[in-house]
Write a protein that binds this ligand. Structure first.
Ligand code: WT7
Length: 635
């Protein structure tokens, strides 16, 4: 990205103002000066927020992989595009240059084409965090196939429902995956899933663990055999701006997962622009995002955003605690990471460990550290700031969603003064508005409301695959004319935004609206507490009462439980008010979490209510076994 790095606050305000006054001109210039196009657009943006119809760069022709790889070759052919850090630190890391990646993507695109994949076909990718995951995605995009990555921790039924929803013609998987000291047998999961997926014709299997797997004749093929003989040349397929790029499933609050569809041009422009600015990316930086590529964070900020900028991006196969709880810090030191982007849940779990694990590593190459996925509580923010950033790296608390394609509200490092727990200011082009429940816009500062976005931005998902009606109803009907995020937010006295959590997590106690996040924040400030989750349960007098599930730090384990309960309520009383005190507190050894680290409150709510039926599918949880423990020890 040329000349688009915002370098100080006046520059931000100036760009922001321009982007709102004339969004067309603003995005037109960015798109024009930073990408290779086969053909220009006839219109920058066209939209109808009531029908949820949005298009960007109409009639433009491009290929995103060509923009990620081919165009860099003349200047960055030998530069490292991907550093792959394996699960086991004893296995050697791979440094894949831009020209090597280009060749591997071309060969893979030829394999896919030879296997019958054409523009518009859906390909489900169910792979661990190995280079082939990135390579197959880029190969799909190069030939115009629509990739749908399924996180390689999902169960067979979750795989089958996604494959069926998008009617994938091909599945790409591996003989297994390493996660810490575990080996997962991905191929058998795929085999089980494919018993019920009539659309799948071919399965490509990448070798990783050398697990013995069964191969079904005429359906299953080893990738390496086909790859070996494939040609290293492949001409990019010319894509229309609004042709689908990928489908990524995200869970809805009810019903089956939603296949969010992102399209080529807008997604490309938006991820490239936001990556550059949010991470203050400069040419020789080494950037690491710890998310899995199976989530939107990995799509936008491990793969596309960094490669569009010609950056070096790290793909990490392992987990933060293997072989020891200093793996993150070790990798930062080893690869001289300059930007480190992770999640509050990871920060909280590592903060539970002794700080010596961090201190024994040289983290001095870091310049920006970031957080994404859920509100970061004050304690975790300070721990991250003090021990990882050493108080010299700005923390970018980035708010966005699978649906938004890229980061929407975030500090810009060295530009926006940070404030703990605040995502701060919208990026250029983004117009947040707060709405009350009567659909009126809430003006002014020091207010809270439902967070909506007024104007489309290039990265917004265009539809839910196969169900435009659901897309319209979920995001565009609650507040007509606006995109509704499902989140609540507070705007402080200077206009900074703080995401207060999903609006459906609000609990009304004696007529008072209480957000779970601020209560959890104050509980988590107790020195003995590692983590907590609050839910409401029916109460005769108050309507709802609060039930708290609290995970203690190791140092808190020896404390007397009754005293802890008193101290926790005292803290809440002080910080929020006696109204927010918990009626019941249960100490648990962990909280049920989704693979992306979100607490499954639905289950906690049921347990608090004493309803042990219909927990739904808990196999997609990170730790399904915890549910039984919590149930048995309910108070
Ligand atoms: C939801 C979206 C964006 C990639 C990862 C999650 C919550 C996300 C923040 C943040 C507070 C956040 C919101 C949002 N969220 N980032 N910085 N502060 N909350 O993507 O699974 O689509 O989830 O995550 O509630 O709506 P996702």
């Amino acid at each position: 990205m040329r000349n688009y790095l915002i370098e100080d606050l006046p520059h931000y305000f100036e760009d922001y103002k321009k982007s709102i006054k004339n969004p067309k001109k603003f995005w037109d210039k960015i798109a024009d000066e930073n990408f290779v196009w086969y053909q220009r657009w006839s219109k920058v943006v066209k939209y109808d927020m009531n029908e949820a119809k949005i298009s960007w760069f109409k009639n433009a022709k491009l290929n995103i992989t060509k923009n990620c790889l081919d165009r860099h070759l003349s200047v960055r052919g030998d530069k490292t595009a991907i550093i792959w850090e394996p699960n086991d630190p004893k296995e050697e890391a791979q440094h894949i240059s831009y020209s090597e990646l280009y060749k591997r993507v071309n060969k893979t695109a030829n394999v896919l084409r030879d296997m019958g994949i054409e523009k518009g076909n859906r390909v489900c990718i169910y792979l661990p965090m190995i280079p082939e995951l990135a390579i197959t995605m880029l190969a799909c995009a190069k030939l115009g196939a629509i990739h749908s990555v399924i996180f390689a921790g999902f169960s067979a039924s979750a795989v089958a429902s996604r494959v069926n929803d998008c009617e994938a013609k091909m599945v790409i998987t591996s003989d297994g995956s390493y996660r810490g000291n575990k080996i997962l047998d991905l191929k058998s999961i795929v085999d089980e899933a494919l018993e019920k997926t009539p659309s799948v014709e071919k399965v490509l299997v990448v070798k990783r663990t050398q697990n013995e797997v069964s191969m079904k004749e005429n359906r299953d093929f080893w990738m390496e055999n086909l790859y070996e003989n494939a040609s290293p040349d492949f001409v990019s397929v010319i894509m229309d701006a609004e042709d689908p790029l990928f489908i990524l499933y995200t869970s809805g609050s009810t019903g089956k997962p939603k296949g969010m569809l992102h399209t080529c041009a807008g997604y490309m422009v938006y991820t490239a622009y936001t990556f550059k600015n949010v991470f203050n990316y400069k040419e020789n930086d080494i950037y690491w995002c710890t998310a899995d590529i199976g989530w939107i964070t990995g799509h936008s900020y491990i793969l596309y955003g960094p490669l569009l900028n010609g950056a070096t991006t790290v793909i990490f196969e392992g987990v933060p605690t293997y072989p020891q709880p200093d793996r993150f810090w070790e990798v930062i030191e080893k690869h001289k990471i300059t930007q480190f982007y992770t999640a509050p849940t990871a920060i909280r779990s590592l903060a539970k460990e002794s700080v010596e694990w961090v201190d024994k590593h040289d983290l001095s190459t870091l310049k920006v550290i970031g957080s994404v996925g859920e509100p970061i509580n004050e304690e975790a923010w300070h721990w991250f700031n003090d021990h990882v950033g050493k108080k010299k790296c700005p923390i970018v608390d980035t708010w966005w969603q699978t649906e938004t394609g890229g980061i929407m509200i975030s500090p810009l490092p060295f530009v926006t003064p940070t404030k703990p727990t605040y995502a701060t200011l919208p990026l250029p082009g983004i117009q947040p508005v707060l709405m009350d429940d009567k659909r009126n816009e809430i003006m002014g500062n020091q207010v809270t409301g439902n967070l909506c976005i007024r104007f489309p931005w290039p990265g917004i998902a265009r539809t839910i695959w196969g169900d435009h009606q659901r897309y319209k109803e979920t995001y565009f009907t609650a507040f007509p004319g606006k995109y509704f995020t499902g989140d609540g937010a507070l705007r402080d006295e200077v206009g900074y935004y703080r995401i207060t959590g999903r609006v459906d997590d609000v609990i009304i106690v004696s007529g008072h609206n209480l957000g779970t996040a601020p209560i959890e924040d104050s509980i988590n400030q107790h020195p003995a507490v590692a983590e907590s989750a609050i839910v409401g349960y029916p109460h005769d007098i108050k309507g709802n009462a609060l039930y708290g599930y609290v995970v203690l730090k190791e140092t808190g384990e020896s404390r007397q439980r009754e005293n802890l309960k008193k101290e926790i309520n005292q803290l809440i009383s002080e910080q929020i008010g006696p109204i927010a005190k918990l009626d019941k507190i249960q100490f648990v050894s962990g909280l049920p979490k989704t693979r992306s680290g979100k607490i499954m409150r639905r289950i906690l709510r049921k347990i608090a209510e004493g309803d042990f039926t219909n927990f739904g599918d808990i196999t997609t949880l990170l730790n399904p076994e915890i549910v039984e423990e919590i149930k048995n020890e309910r108070i």
